[in-house]
Write a protein that binds this ligand. Sequence first.
Ligand code: F6P
Length: 534
Amino acid sequence: MWQDISRLAEAYGDRAILDLFAADSARFEHFSVSADGLLFDFSKTNICAETREALLALCTAADLPAKREAMFGGAKINETEGRAVLHTALRNLSAQPVEVDGADVMPGVLATLERMQQFSDAVRAGDFEGQGGRITDVVNIGIGGSDLGPAMAEIALQPFADGPRCHFVSNVDGAHIHDALRGLDPTRTLVIVASKTFTTIETMTNARTAWDWMAEKVSDPGAQFAALSSNQEKTAEWGIDTSRVFGFEDWVGGRYSMWGPIGLAVMIAIGAEAFREFLKGGEAMDSHFRSAPLQDNLPVLLALVGIWHNQGLGYATRAVLPYEQRLARLPAYLQQMEMESNGKRVAMDGSDLQIHSGPVVWGEPGTNGQHAFYQLIHQGTRVVPCEFMVGIEGHEPELAHQHDLLIANCLAQSEALLRGRSLDEATEIMAAKGLEGAELERQARHRVFPGNRPSTTLVYPKLTPFVLGQIVALYEHRVFVEGVILGINSYDQWGVELGKELAVKLSPILSGEEGTEGKDGSTAGLVAVIRAAR
Ligand code: F6P
């Protein structure tokens, strides 16, 4: 199968996408798919019917439909940790039974959702108070999957935020918690400690700092702490009352956890009803993913386009470019979701991966990125496949003219990437400015855009909680499909462990309690410089 992809990449890698449009006047219709209000256009790539068939064949060869049902059905597909992968159960509002080890997990999931709702309602209504009165601010302390999802969503859903102000602290850099707490009233602040393991050093250190900060002003800091964790033993050690501990099972991976307790800060910000809309969006994407034929299936198509560009054509990175300021943190969120999931060099069976793993994912919202890195995307020597996304409507009717400008910019960028500008066109432009001869040629060459650079566009109606749920679940399933096709385990993250272990060992070396014996010359040298300067 991969030989077919290599052969097609060899044969078609350089062909002109514009020629494909010329050969098929309905190419847009043939290479875009809609579902539940979302439209995914991949006609501005050089995928043709033959390539699409070969890519779809990868799904069949990898037994994708059966593996998809295994995931939804609670099978332990995270084989290196012996766990099921059931973040989908967190948004299974239909409550269809989902069994793990013979027991239906849904009653527990729905009971926790109900408890979250009661607590969130109480905080929002002022029935749950701080020791100085109504809660005005919520500080979520977590990192990675316990931060990126809710932090992203809280910004994305600002038009729906009518609860206390939310702040997110992740970095162990004391500057982060210091700046977040500055100006807050400890007697009216709720601290949420979000950590699946409740052992993550950054989170526990920041939680201790927040506790001490609160202890200066209130007699019982623990009464203003809530915990989101699978580790009930540790939350008990912290003395956080079980009524404010919201647990989840080991079958919810950190980077897939924003649908459950890890989403509590978002629920408090936007209210339980809007949060349920977010879940419904995810649930709608789940049912699309499970029921749509592979060739019309949004997550499958996103995955296949990614595989064509990365494993097929060798483009090592992927830019995520939301034309939506409120999706400013989506690229960072997707970066963890995709790179922690599919950045693996060993296949599920322990053998070396024979193809490249997932791409480097990065991005920024448009139009800001246009004034920063798009230069390289348009004229650099490397091809960067771009994933544009844009809403048809904004939330500010009085600023609709600005939204039109936003959309125009989004479409203009993908058009420019596709079309480019030839030397003849550039020469004509510069000649009209009065240049001639060698100088005309030199100046014109700088103004050439090679074009033929691939991009996709995801169009959604308006960024509501439901639509955000659809988008997040779309990307989650895309990562799943890519992982299945690559034959890797998308749900472990052993690659983050070594650095953590070494950091723990370096702490006493930095403080001078231990020496640098056994360290490489660079690390020992850096430690010496830092120690000498203190
Ligand atoms: O850095 C790896 C990681 O385990 C992520 O997968 C996870 O999202 C993050 O750390 C935070 O973990 P926890 O929620 O256990 O604090």
